[in-house]
Design a protein around this ligand. Structure first.
Ligand code: ADP
Length: 486
């Protein structure tokens, strides 16, 4: 069953119960009040009749010292007509509660008579042929006699009014329920609008439309739920996109890996086949063997690099405080005289938090790439400077540069802008991928700026040791272990 229908039914049930109870209570309250008023009226009539009877008894001739039954009947008959057109209904009984006089139609029931005595006036409602009466009972003292007087007053109108009240209220209740159902139908469908929006969104998302969002149509708890749902959908979509990108990267990686394996293997197999199937002269044999050797070496280097990347990814590093001098000395020793390049090393002295061997690998890779991208004798600048964010390393060359659209790809494994050029320089497109992994472990990022024909700048920042700072204002000294953000 739909939630809006449930809401409608529940409201209607509550409305019907409330209207039913309040109607019953109201009509009954009016009825009780009317009956009480009629009872009071009947008792007043009873008092008047008693008084009239006692007055009439006083007029009986003095020769009778006791009221005769006949006289009682005579007086009762007179009181019954009351000298008017209306007839009263009454009954008079003697001391032994034997009936002396009874009006026509008076209910011959002694229930009330039994309860009546000299000190008690009683009344009750009786029903006779679908008519209702208030019956009163009291005693009359006249000429040394105590008689029992009972009267009956027609109150059928009050009962009819009650019936009419119930009838009218029933109709009003049905009308109210009908109108209430109509209004509640609109209210419940308005209230459940956010739920319908959410259901619609889940259906769209289940059908693969992950960018579909539920429309927020209220500012209450359901509106908040819609907001949270959309936030969750956003997070899921992002995660999925990320996973898809990762899968795509992995597939690209496998494809590139297979391709990188295939190229040297094809040469190796070709030259090996030549060696085993033909008798070559000494020079050709040497060239073939040399080709097999260099391509084998390239494969070996490539597998070592791959291993390095995999190991780095799984590694947990222990950061140490190392001096930038040691890093620069290492680089200078490594590249001094080895290549015909115009190196320029400039540094600011500082201590940085890093894993020394891994950071050396990054720097060597960047400088090596700069050499490969430059002509012989080209200028390569390696700088270290203290910045607000930490210690910044820059490797700058004035070589071939990189096209803007290639920039986002060059850190992907096996990606080479110019494959033949890279391979000729023993490249496999793995160096920058390794650098990115290492810097990721250091919570740092590789920034690349390049312009084709003008050269490139590769830079990254490492956290720096913050030196003791004298606080001039209060004379206290502070030392922080690691500072700077990347
Ligand atoms: P490789 O082993 O081929 O050097 P890298 O991952 O280090 O692999 O570099 C990927 C590609 O990025 C290189 O093939 C080269 O095309 C380009 N590249 C890297 N550094 C530079 C640079 N300093 N100048 C121009 N191109 C560069």
């Amino acid at each position: 069953m739909k939630f809006s229908l449930k809401l409608l039914l529940c409201t209607m049930m509550v409305l019907a119960t409330a209207l039913g109870f309040s109607g019953y209570y109201f009509v009954n309250y009016v009825f009780e009040t009317s009956i009480a008023r009629e009872a009071q009226q009947a008792l007043d009539d009873d008092s008047i009749l008693r008084f009239a009877f006692e007055t009439a008894a006083l007029n009986v001739p003095a020769k009778y010292d006791m009221l005769q039954d006949q006289t009682v009947e005579q007086i009762a008959s007179n009181l019954e007509t009351g000298g008017q057109n209306t007839r009263r209904m009454l009954r008079l009984c003697d001391e032994q509660k034997n009936v002396l006089y009874m009006s026509d139609g008076f209910v011959a029931d002694d229930g009330l008579l039994v309860q009546t005595d000299e000190s008690t006036r009683t009344w009750q409602v009786v029903r006779l042929d679908n008519r209702f009466y208030i019956r009163t009972g009291s005693t009359v003292n006249a000429l040394n006699r105590v008689l029992y007087l009972e009267t009956m007053r027609n109150v059928s109108e009050v009962f009819e009014e009650r019936e009419l009240g119930f009838k009218v209220y029933r109709r009003v209740t049905i009308l109210m329920l009908f109108l209430g159902a109509l209004i509640m139908h609109f209210i419940s469908s308005w209230l459940t609008r956010p739920i319908r929006q959410l259901t619609k969104a889940t259906k769209h998302m289940a059908a693969g439309e992950y960018d579909y969002r539920a429309r927020k149509v209220s500012n209450d708890e359901l509106g908040q739920l819609t907001k949270d749902f959309n936030r969750m959908a956003e997070a899921l979509e992002n995660n999925m996109n990320e996973l898809e990108a990762q899968i795509q990267d992995r597939e690209d990686f496998v494809a590139a890996f297979a391709h990188e394996l295939k190229t040297p293997l094809t040469s190796i197999i070709g030259y090996a086949d030549m060696l085993r199937s033909r008798k070559l002269d000494e020079e050709k044999s040497f060239l073939s063997a040399n080709y097999i050797y260099t391509e084998g070496k390239r494969l070996e280097a490539m597998s070592l690099r791959l291993l390095e990347i995999i190991v780095t990814k799984r590694q947990k590093i222990e950061m140490q405080l190392i001096s930038t001098d040691s890093l620069f000395d290492y680089l200078q020793n490594m590249f001094a005289g080895e290549r015909e390049m115009d190196f320029c090393f400039s540094r600011e002295k500082a201590k940085v938090w890093a894993e020394p061997n891994l950071i050396k690998t990054v720097l060597v890779n960047l400088v090596d790439n700069a050499c490969k991208a430059s002509e012989a004798g080209g200028k390569i600048e390696v700088c270290g400077s203290c910045t607000e964010n930490g210690y910044r390393f820059d490797v700058r060359d004035y070589g071939i540069g990189i096209d803007n659209k290639e920039l986002k790809n060059i850190t992907k494994a096996f990606y080479m802008v110019d494959k033949s050029r890279s391979r000729s320089k023993n490249g496999a497109g793995l160096g920058l991928a390794l650098c990115v992994e290492i810097l990721y472990l250091h919570k740092s990022r590789l920034k690349i700026a390049s312009e084709p024909g003008k050269g490139s700048r590769f830079s990254f920042v490492l956290p720096m040791e913050i030196k003791q700072q004298e606080n001039a204002a209060d004379g206290t000294a502070q030392e922080t272990k690691a500072g700077g953000l990347i």
